[in-house]
Design a protein around this ligand. Structure first.
Ligand code: UT7
Length: 375
């Protein structure tokens, strides 16, 4: 049986930095002191109008392909974990597939909210382990800022936008060791965006009749998450056959520093075994773990053969954890031609896409004329 290993990684965050003070300047009844002390968040990145989820996802994916020295056209499957797709349909993954020029890849979106990336990683690994795919691009990308009510201090200060991606590749050495996923829909109302779906559909103006703003019962999610994160981590460590002391780094979902610290305390972990960057990005939903992974790698916190545990929780309620052995030697030297080749591939993909659209238009107008002649 082949194993699945992370061979490449990348992240993208919007350039617009919004510090806590900006909310005070906007007239919100809050303070930098409250936000920083209750959440650990100091600033977040917010996407511009012309930066949809797919844009961030493509940038993160291109970097992951670059690190892995891989061709987009060799990818078998693209999974985009997101709860803020560009459109209800088509999938954001199809848009990403087209932009990357991944012409052989299947593409789908997966919504498990903030747990989505770990779910998608486990499913992508399953495709490789079963022999159905050799290279799977797994992306976590979210733009929750479009669903924030900027007058609701209990939610708008918590979230940020971003994307992270990894390329999974079939190998002979163990990479993804174990995973666990769970859901408790009895807590669906604790964190939701009620409008825009089939229960509260969008009206004729394209506006959601129901509430399009994110709603959350923060304290209840907080209590549940502090227990769930450690339980899911313990489960996955036991399934992986490792001992807790063999884990070199924990990368938890970055929602609130207090939740991360509570998880570390329950598991008896020293601070240097837990990675956090929530201070700079806030909660980026499905993007939080891949962004944290990229930054942990950039900070030199991960070496070859390290055992890593990812733990996530989110709306659903949903949770997932995954244990992996890092298989990449960090002394990486992607070919200097890779960026050039990627630029070329992207331009060819854009041209191919434009030609296909044109062909479809011509065919449709010929069909119409032909039908007209027959009548
Ligand atoms: O991916 C999953 C996403 N969700 C989460 O992870 C959320 C988990 N929950 C949390 O992180 C925390 O519950 C929050 C950060 C949301 C809130 O922190 P808390 O310590 O649980 O505060 P609280 O909700 O109990 O509120 C305490 C007080 C309230 O005022 P009163 O009723 O005591 O007068 C809130 O209205 O703090 C007030 N408050 C704020 N004050 C200043 C709530 N938000 C703010 C704010 N600025 N931004």
């Amino acid at each position: 049986m082949p194993y699945a290993q992370i061979a490449g990684w990348g992240m993208h965050v919007p350039s617009r930095i919004v510090p806590n003070e900006s909310f005070v300047k906007m007239g919100l009844n809050t303070s930098d002191e409250w936000i920083a002390s209750r959440t650990g968040i100091e600033e977040r990145r917010l996407a511009a109008r012309n930066e949809p989820t797919s844009h961030m996802a493509v940038r993160a994916a291109q970097h992951a392909l670059y690190v892995a020295d891989a061709h987009a056209s060799d990818v078998d499957l693209i999974i985009v974990a997101t709860c803020t797709p560009d459109h209800v349909m088509p999938s954001t993954a199809s848009i990403v597939q087209n932009r990357l020029g991944a012409r052989r890849a299947g593409a789908l979106d997966m919504n498990a909210a903030c747990s989505g990336f770990v779910y998608a990683l486990a499913m992508g690994a399953g495709q490789i382990e079963s022999g159905r795919a050799k290279q799977v691009l797994v992306i976590g990308a979210d733009e929750l800022s479009i669903h924030l009510n900027w007058r609701d201090r209990t939610t708008c200060v918590l979230f940020g936008d971003g994307a992270g991606a990894v390329l999974l590749r079939a190998t002979v050495d163990p990479g993804i060791l174990a995973s666990t996923m769970g859901s408790d829909g009895s807590g669906a109302d604790l964190l939701m965006i009620p409008g825009g779906g089939s229960r509260h559909p969008a009206n004729g103006n394209g506006r959601a009749n129901g509430d399009r703003y994110l709603r959350m019962n923060g304290p209840q999610i907080f209590r549940w998450a502090t227990q769930m994160m450690s339980r899911a981590a313990e489960d996955v460590i036991a399934t992986s056959g490792l001992k807790p002391e063999q884990i070199d780094l924990f990368i938890p979902h970055q929602a609130n520093l207090r939740i991360i610290e509570a998880m570390a305390k329950r598991l008896g972990l020293p601070a240097d075994k837990v990675f956090s960057n929530v201070g700079r990005y806030g909660n980026t939903s499905a993007a939080s773990i891949p962004i944290a992974l990229c930054e942990a790698l950039a900070a030199g916190r991960i070496d070859k053969d390290d055992n890593i545990v990812l733990t996530s929780f989110g709306a659903g309620l949903s949770w997932a954890a995954l244990a992996l052995r890092w298989g990449v030697n960090m002394d990486l030297h992607p070919s200097r031609w890779t960026p050039w080749r990627q630029g070329f591939e992207t331009r060819v993909a854009a041209m191919r896409s434009a030609v296909r659209r044109q062909q479809r238009r011509v065919r449709a107008s010929l069909d119409e004329r032909f039908r007209g002649d027959q009548n």
